[in-house]
Design a protein around this ligand. Structure first.
Ligand code: XLS
Ligand code: NI
Ligand code: NI
Length: 437
């Protein structure tokens, strides 16, 4: 039985191919440096977008055609979706996936029935993983959709709501563990506030940190050794979310003694919502040795919200892969397409066009980033730009073995410093030369 009978298993055909269901750059086993493209890129598909996103928007009904789905919240419908998703993974050759507990299984009449539903669907995932060799990059709990979480989950003003959230985290973590997940994500869409008039910020942050500590403790208890991540986002759906950007997350993790247990899962469109570039967010995380994984998408410069579009911008993919390569590659993380088709792209075939395009854009970015590193020109320029800190008075500053007295004396003895060009335009030309190939 095939759910996508018209779609072939997507193969690499090279840049000259005009087959819309072929890769032009992503060649899984081709080596770039000392690893294959598949090893570098570690692509994952997001269950919530592929299987559950009907493509509605705040002004209009869903448009997505999902002939396999009966549009009920029944357990049977949840089970029916599972083989569809795995056929999708097989045909796109995407090796990993990510899920929220509530994407894959419905709420029951009681919390314990809800957990039973999850267990049942996880068994179906387990069987499909065994059959196809597909793997779980990370799991997470949806602590933002249900009305009970309207005022927060780990930051709810109600201890009972908090307990519900904790119960969900426990079961989602156990499901992730059962499926051999390499990571577990916390994204706090409701962990923030709408107004400070009713908010005790300190109390909410303390409680949120406790939830993360409890999760770390529980992971130890059940033997889950995967990586925990926080995914920053400044707003949407909440007016202000505590995990607003890389710097805010790192500060929170440090303050509450969680930095040794967590890394960041950075999403491009969240970076731009926070008023940063993705490159900026990555540099901040990498400097703290805390870049774990990437939610690969992009925003639209003309729209101010999280459009979660598929990555197609080669500048962006090159910049992302440049930083991934420089940090030595992903370990537990990967490139998760947390991206949705446009509402107008409602046919199943569009799911394939979207992912094929994203995979090719990242494969191209990987090759360009590798060429940039190989040419060494930008790295040499940057090294030279800071070379004055490698010896003499600069080395004393770098090793913090000087004083204001010494620097004062030194500065008065030397000729006035002259300005050296930052060469931004030259560097942009060098970067472009490698994108052109
Ligand atoms: C929403 C987030 C979400 C997380 C997982 O904006 O990107 O999808 O990745 O909860
Ligand atoms: Ni995301
Ligand atoms: Ni997002």
């Amino acid at each position: 039985m095939s759910y996508f009978p018209e779609i072939p298993v997507v193969q690499f055909e090279g840049a000259s191919s005009d087959n819309p269901f072929a890769f032009r750059h992503y060649n899984a086993n081709e080596k770039v440096g000392n690893k294959t493209m598949a090893e570098h890129l570690r692509f994952a598909a997001a269950y919530w977008h592929v299987m559950r996103n009907g493509l509605s928007d705040p002004f209009g009904a869903p448009t997505a055609l999902m002939p396999w789905d009966d549009h009920t919240e029944s357990l049977q419908n949840a089970l029916n979706r599972v083989p569809v998703f795995f056929e999708f993974l097989e045909k796109t050759t995407i090796p990993y996936y990510c899920f929220h507990d509530r994407d894959i299984s419905p709420e029951g009449a009681t919390l314990s029935e809800t957990h039973k539903n999850l267990d049942r669907v996880v068994s179906a995932f387990e069987a499909q993983q065994k059959q196809t060799g597909k793997k779980l990059l990370w799991g997470t709990a949806c602590l933002f959709a249900h009305p009970r979480y309207a005022q927060g989950a780990g930051t709810s003003p109600s201890a009972n709501v908090y307990a519900y959230a904790a119960s969900q985290v426990k079961h989602a973590l156990e499901a992730t563990h059962r499926l051999g997940g390499e990571g577990y994500v916390f994204w706090g869409g409701r962990e923030g506030y709408a107004t400070l008039l009713n908010t005790n910020m300190k109390r909410e942050l303390d409680n949120l940190a406790t939830l993360l500590h409890l999760a770390v403790d529980h992971a130890k208890k059940i033997g889950f050794t995967g990586q925990f991540y926080i995914e920053p986002k400044p707003r949407e759906p909440s007016t202000h979310q505590y995990d607003s950007d890389s710097a805010a997350c790192l500060n929170f993790l440090r303050e509450y003694d969680l930095l040794s247990h967590f890394k960041l899962n950075l999403e491009t469109n969240h970076a731009t919502l926070a008023g940063h570039s993705m490159e900026h967010e990555m540099e901040v995380a990498i400097a703290a040795n805390a870049l774990g994984s990437v939610d690969a998408n992009r925003g639209d410069t003309l729209l101010g919200w999280d459009t979660d579009q598929f990555p197609s911008d080669l500048y962006l993919t090159t910049n992302i892969m440049l930083r991934i390569l420089k940090m030595g590659g992903f370990t537990t993380g990967g490139l998760n397409f947390d991206a949705k088709r446009r509402r107008e792209s409602h046919e199943p075939a569009d799911l394939f066009h979207a992912h094929i395009g994203g995979m090719d854009a990242f494969a191209y970015g990987l090759k360009a980033a590798h060429r940039i590193i190989q040419s060494g020109k930008i790295d040499q320029f940057v090294a030279h730009r800071y070379a004055s800190f490698d010896s003499g008075i600069g080395a004393k500053i770098a090793t913090r073995t000087t004083s204001l007295d010494e620097l004062d004396h030194y500065a008065q003895e030397i000729p006035a410093p002259t300005l050296e060009s930052g060469r931004q335009e030259l560097l942009e030309n060098i970067f472009n030369a490698q994108i052109f190939g």
